[in-house]
Design a protein around this ligand. Structure first.
Ligand code: T3D
Length: 259
């Protein structure tokens, strides 16, 4: 536990819990530094094969801790975003392991952005997403303007970002913003079940797939086809592909090593 972030590694799954429930897990400098450090450390740990990001108490994350904004030595916002928020988003997107956001409650401002930057989102029935930036005269940041149109389409993204109404869990499911909605008391078990399934997958193939999906939205079909061919060359030469083929022939579950 460091500065409002709990890091638990249990077998192949790391669970990161934003843990300042009295402030709805709002992001202080300490939490941002701890989160970035944890993500970068996990990215380099091949024993961790899936990650869960969640919040303690009734919120997922209320975004920037607005109390810190009253401090006289607070950094200008462009510096804060560039130096503290953006590296977290880059870490989430560049790490090979899939990351599941277990959205237990309200996700507001950069808290919503954090959830959007994860590979998968499972929501509790109590969850809601609020693009709260406009309410305090700010623009969506931490990737929100990039992720949201890709997740829900440009028209809905414009409505959510400009009007700023909350999206409840049922609406988030309808929009495709989350994969499933479950009762709050089952959220972590569902996220863990999903993480365990991902952890049984071939790590190299999952990592390459994550990268391909990331690139696919900014390249044309010809480039995507060549990208897939290149990645298949890498995956096809891996020990895990050989193991997958052997397991198929022997009618057993594969045991992937990540090589
Ligand atoms: O600034 C920069 O560095 C640039 C980067 C910006 C990125 C951003 O994230 S900007 C957006 C910042 N976040 C917000 O504007 C959200 C502010 N919070 C809310 O709008 C509401 O709290 C929620 C919609 C999230 C939840 O509403 P509700 O009614 O469920 O809870 P509440 O009563 O408003 O809040 C409960 C407590 O949490 C309360 O404290 P208290 O009165 O019980 O002592 C409240 O002050 C505290 N809290 C909620 N959000 C924050 C917060 N404390 C600090 N920072 C917060 N963001």
């Amino acid at each position: 536990m460091t500065d409002g972030l709990r890091v638990e590694i249990d077998g192949p799954v790391a669970t990161l819990t934003l843990d300042r429930p009295a402030a709805l897990n709002a992001l202080t400098i300490g939490v941002k530094v701890a989160l970035r450090t944890a993500l970068e450390s996990i990215a380099g740990d091949p024993a961790v094969r899936a990650v869960i990001l969640t919040g303690a108490g009734r919120a997922f994350c209320a975004g920037q801790d607005l109390a810190e904004r009253d401090e006289p030595d607070a950094a200008p916002l462009d510096v804060e975003v560039r130096e503290r928020y953006n590296p977290i988003i880059r870490a989430l997107r560049s790490m090979g392991q899939p990351v599941i956001a277990a959205v237990n409650g309200v996700a507001a401002g950069a808290g919503a952005s954090l959830a959007f930057a994860c590979d998968l989102r499972i929501a509790a029935e109590e969850a809601r997403f609020v693009l709260a930036f406009g309410r305090i005269g700010l623009v969506p940041d931490s990737g929100a303007t990039w992720f949201l149109p890709r997740l829900v389409g440009p028209a809905k993204a414009a409505e959510l970002a400009l009007v700023g109404d909350a999206v409840d869990a049922a609406e988030a499911l309808r929009l495709g913003l989350v994969s499933s909605v479950v009762p709050g008391d089952q959220l972590l078990a569902e996220a863990r079940a999903m993480a365990d399934r991902l952890a049984e997958g071939a790590p190299l193939a999952l990592s390459l797939t994550k990268g391909a999906l990331e690139r696919s939205l900014t390249i044309d079909l010809d480039i995507a086809l060549e990208d897939e061919a290149r990645l298949q060359g890498i995956a096809g030469a891996s020990a895990d592909h050989a193991e997958g083929l052997a397991a198929f022939r022997e009618k057993r579950q594969p045991r992937f090593s990540g090589r």
